[in-house]
Design a protein around this ligand. Structure first.
Ligand code: NAD
Ligand code: LMR
Length: 325
């Protein structure tokens, strides 16, 4: 038998995890011949609820699920982990901005960054989903000085798949026809879903749709999709978020498709003039586990302005939690 891979999921009794855990256990991340250990972290009051999830996981008799560890102790949860899905955090409710969660959730990522730094596999891949995801990732990175910053990313894959899907629907084509979509910046309503380099079956996307659809429908639909889901469901997106988390980690493991890229929020290296260190969503390719920001894309004034707005917003978030950095 192959050595089991250790995967931790925080917020394991929450709604995203209720989809994510079952897909991980079914082998959707690492394939049909890779056993896994699932390490489930929750806060103490949620352990009762997590018991129910645990029963259901066992009830599936998953062949690949070698072992399940349930704990309210982050040190135990993160011990030796290869992949970390940091989901556990408060979600926003209707009428809130994701940044309204900053003060409530920030401390979680300071603690978890410190403990990952101490006990995780040195090559751990960490995906921060809990909102506000970019700044939470920044906090985790700063609290984990012995891990490479590129072990960490914040999730903008849901925005990326939302953007692909909207363009595919508009063109009446399968999502597989769409390439080179980018979501820049913050996982907030300021994010910039950009089609200037996107291709539909190899043709420039913006030559196939009119500019007013791009500006007045596409951009706001992607920016406000999370808000609209909350309005409709009374709760924030869960199954689509779990899907995006798996897509993100699979891209890290398998690499991006030739000629295509995806969007991930990673520590800026100064590309496109974005302040170094800010966790900012860029177009990235992945090869042999390394995430590389796509360089040298031509950006017009409109795009540059949107990029700056996102940088400014992320600087303000960073200033609001500077005591944790
Ligand atoms: P949820 O409230 O259903 O579940 C969150 C779980 O986290 C709860 O069970 C809670 O007990 C647990 N938790 C809280 N603090 C914890 C801690 N310190 N350690 C471990 N667990 C802890 O929320 P959800 O719908 O699953 O969403 C989780 C987070 O993901 C929210 O912040 C939400 O806004 C965010 N989210 C992000 C994206 C994205 O695209 N980046 C998409 C959807 C949701
Ligand atoms: C989303 O984009 O669906 C999540 O970030 C949840 C939210 O608060 O919108």
């Amino acid at each position: 038998m192959k050595t089991p891979v250790e995967i931790v999921v925080t917020g394991a009794a929450g709604q995203i995890s209720y989809s994510l855990l079952f897909r991980l256990a079914a082998g959707e991340l690492l394939g049909p011949d890779q056993p896994i250990v699932l390490r489930l972290l929750e806060i103490t009051p949620a352990l009762g609820m997590l018991d129910g999830v645990l029963m259901e996981l066992y009830d599936c008799a998953y062949p690949l699920l070698h072992k399940i560890v349930v704990t309210d102790n982050p040190r135990e949860a993160f011990s030796g982990v290869d992949y970390a899905f940091l989901v556990g955090a408060k979600p926003r409710k209707q009428g809130m901005l994701r940044s309204d969660l900053l003060q409530q959730n920030a401390e979680i990522f300071a603690v978890q960054g410190r403990i990952l730094n101490e006990v995780a596999n040195r090559k751990v891949k960490v995906l921060i989903t809990g909102n506000p995801a970019n700044t939470n990732a920044l906090i985790a990175i700063k609290n984990a000085p012995d891990l490479e910053p590129d072990c960490f990313a914040a999730m903008t894959m849901l925005d990326h798949t939302r953007a692909i899907s909207q363009l595919a629907l508009k063109c009446g084509l399968a999502t597989t026809c769409i390439k080179n979509v980018t979501v820049w910046g913050n996982h907030s309503c300021t994010q910039y879903p950009d089609l200037h380099h996107a291709k539909v079956n190899g043709i420039d996307a913006l030559s196939l749709v009119d500019n007013s659809w791009f500006l007045n429908e596409f951009i706001p639909t992607v920016q406000y999709r999370g808000t609209e889901v909350i309005k409709a469901r009374g709760q924030s997106s869960a199954a689509s978020a779990a899907n995006a988390a798996i897509v993100h980690m699979r891209k890290i493991i398998e690499g991006t498709d030739p000629g295509d890229w995806v969007s991930m929020a990673v520590a800026s290296d100064g590309s496109y003039g974005i302040a170094e260190g800010l966790v900012y969503s860029f177009p990235v390719t992945v090869k042999e586990g390394r995430v590389n920001i796509v360089k040298g894309l031509d950006l017009n004034e409109f795009s540059l302005h949107r990029l700056k707005l996102n940088e400014q917003e992320l600087k303000e978030e960073r200033d609001a939690i500077k005591h944790l950095l």
